[in-house]
Design a protein around this ligand. Structure first.
Ligand code: ATP
Ligand code: MG
Length: 569
């Protein structure tokens, strides 16, 4: 967990964004007795995604940066329809995994149902709310337009006593759904639709995961949210830009009701990422339609998916820090997220060798029964990581892509008659190509090695143009490696009639028989490695078994995707 004034708190931004500037001023001016209380208020109707990570880093980050401060985790569980307990558990796990701690401040909006109800009675008694008998359709049709005011409900001037009586009977379950709503009496001519007598309560005969069947009326989001904030004495209520037009209503409720405090709502731009969708509703669709395995499918932009892909909490926090907080919506290139994990793993991930598409190589002049142990450096970026031994023998595997029988001009790797370096081993030269006589496919290549080049350098100073990776066939670990690519093949998957058309059919490639260096046999679940020249890989915690790790590709070494796209191939 990150702590206040923790040196490890890498989420701390270098300069103040507009929200932190407002807060710093409030603290300086002793507003709220210099307290800063923020909250992260997810609705438990799905798993969190990377967009939520931005809101989490902002709210919890601000709390960590201030002295008299805290951040609440509050489940905004006012809509019983789609909310489930399993999501509550998953959200808690995700927030913790990101490194944040709500301490004793875990709240549920549903715990305030009683208070919210009393506040509603207060509004009625003050002539600020009325029970309306219009159907949802009728309400919609009388809302007016941008140029015309709405039409007042026939019940708008219903006496408070009558509304109070009906409201209590709504609560008692006397009426069917849709028969009545409680509406705020504000301004049917307001230029802001949210102020045209919005609904406060609706009848919903639904069981709630926490309150069971105690309630058959449920508060609307705008009414509930500001009260939740006020009840918890939140000082700064940070939300995304789509709530900007709701702010007058947020303030209206809190002005009309005698709440313990009046938090300040401040809006910021939501995070959008290229090549993915970010709404819980669409992510749920992908799960339900089995386009992905589950919410934690490593291709998903969910926190659970990123975790299973092999992302670290710090890489996500660093990314959120870098994108910053702004007032204008924009879309961030997913390559930036990939940059942060690549940058971190470059410093921390042990190097290993693995061959994903094996091509057999026989070293003709190497003794048949000999095996030797060669020294390999674990991490050139970190001397303390030390070295390891790699077994070398007569039969090896190299990457199929590292050999071409008839190489074009710019291909410098292995080809007939050509010499290359085997990483940490020897120079080898290709002498022959063995093909299957029926299919003409290359089955193996024959090479010779130069014993004088042990360790990878020629004493006579001759150079080779390529260094390739390899594993000894006899010693290799056979393993499953899963290569993940973008879930969508369009920068903005929502651009077009149906986003399903933009799903990338090659987003998962499973290699069942990769040949990996033997040290990886003992790879622990959730550890991360670089496979030299290929990328960073994560030992899948669900599908791996002792001695049989399954690897998920976190990210390639360089951004192969952008290069391919630029070259138009
Ligand atoms: P979605 O639209 O993906 O379903 P939501 O806004 O309905 O998300 P909530 O559970 O209500 O999800 O969100 C909890 C908090 O996270 C809110 O304060 C919301 O503003 C914030 N949030 C949601 N999506 C993003 C995003 N893409 N970028 C930044 N903050 C976000
Ligand atoms: Mg929502």
């Amino acid at each position: 967990m990150l702590k206040k004034n923790d040196e490890q708190n890498d989420s701390r931004p270098e300069s103040l964004d507009f929200i932190r500037t407002i807060i710093a001023n409030d603290v300086k001016n002793n507003k709220h007795d210099s307290w800063v209380i923020t909250r992260f208020p997810p609705e438990p109707n799905g798993h969190l995604h990377i967009g939520h990570a931005k809101a989490i880093c902002l709210n919890f980050g601000i709390s960590l940066e201030n002295t008299k401060s805290r951040c609440h985790l509050r489940f905004d569980d006012t809509n019983p329809d789609k909310e489930e307990d399993k999501y509550i558990r998953a959200i808690k796990e995700d927030v913790k995994w990101l490194g944040f701690d709500w301490g004793d401040h875990l709240y549920y909006a549903s715990d305030y149902f009683e208070k919210m109800y009393s506040y509603a009675e207060e509004l009625i008694q003050n002539g600020k709310a009325y029970v309306c008998s219009l159907s949802p359709d009728e309400v919609r049709n009388t809302r007016g337009t941008l140029t015309e005011p709405g039409i007042a409900s026939p019940d708008r001037n219903r006496p408070p006593e009558e509304s109070l009586d009906l409201f209590r009977r709504m609560k008692a379950g006397e009426f069917d759904e849709g028969k009545y709503t409680l509406r705020a009496k504000i301004d049917m001519a307001s230029g802001n639709f949210n102020m045209r007598d919005p609904a406060i309560y609706r009848i919903k005969k639904a069981s709630h995961p926490r309150t069971g069947n105690s309630w058959c009326i449920y508060p609307m989001y705008d009414y509930a949210h500001c009260l939740e904030d006020a009840i918890e004495e939140i000082t700064h209520s940070l939300c995304t830009l789509e709530f900007e037009d709701h702010r007058p209503l947020y303030d209206w409720y809190l002005d009309e009701l005698k709440t313990p405090c009046h938090p300040r709502q401040i809006e910021f731009a939501r995070l959008n990422l290229t090549y993915t969708v970010m709404s819980k509703r669409k992510l749920l669709e992908l799960v339900e339609e089995k386009r992905v395995d589950d919410w934690d499918d490593p291709r998903m932009p969910t926190i659970a998916g990123l975790r299973r892909r092999g992302y670290t909490p710090s890489s996500i926090r660093n990314f959120c820090d870098r994108i910053g907080i702004a007032k204008r919506d924009s879309t961030v290139d997913v390559a930036l997220l990939e940059f942060y994990i690549r940058d971190e793993l470059n410093k921390t991930a042990p190097r290993t060798m693995g061959v994903l598409k094996p091509l057999k190589v026989v070293i003709e002049n190497y003794p048949d029964d000999q095996t030797e142990e060669l020294d390999a450096i674990n991490n050139p970026e970190d001397e303390s990581a030390g070295t390891r031994k790699l077994p070398f023998a007569k039969v090896l595997y190299i990457e199929r892509d590292d050999f071409m029988e008839d190489p074009p001009k710019k291909f410098f790797r292995l080809a007939p008659g050509r010499e290359v370096r085997l990483r940490y081993a020897y120079f080898i030269k290709c002498t022959d190509v063995v093909k299957n006589p029926n299919t003409d496919e290359i089955e193996e290549i024959r090479c010779t090695y130069d014993p004088a080049t042990k360790g990878g350098n020629a004493p006579d100073g001759r150079k080779v143009k390529a260094t390739i990776h390899w594993v000894s066939a006899e010693h290799a670990l056979n393993a499953t490696v899963r290569l993940y690519d973008r879930l969508f093949n369009k920068e903005n998957p929502l651009d077009g009639a149906d986003y399903h058309n933009n799903l990338n059919s090659d987003s998962l490639q499973i290699i069942a028989d990769a040949k990996l260096e033997p040290s990886l046999k003992s790879a622990k679940a959730e550890s991360r490695y670089q496979f030299e020249r290929l990328g960073y890989f994560f030992v899948d915690p669900k599908d791996s078994e002792d001695g049989k790790p399954v690897f998920n590709r976190i990210v390639t070494l360089r951004d192969a995707w952008q290069r391919i796209q630029k070259s138009g191939k």
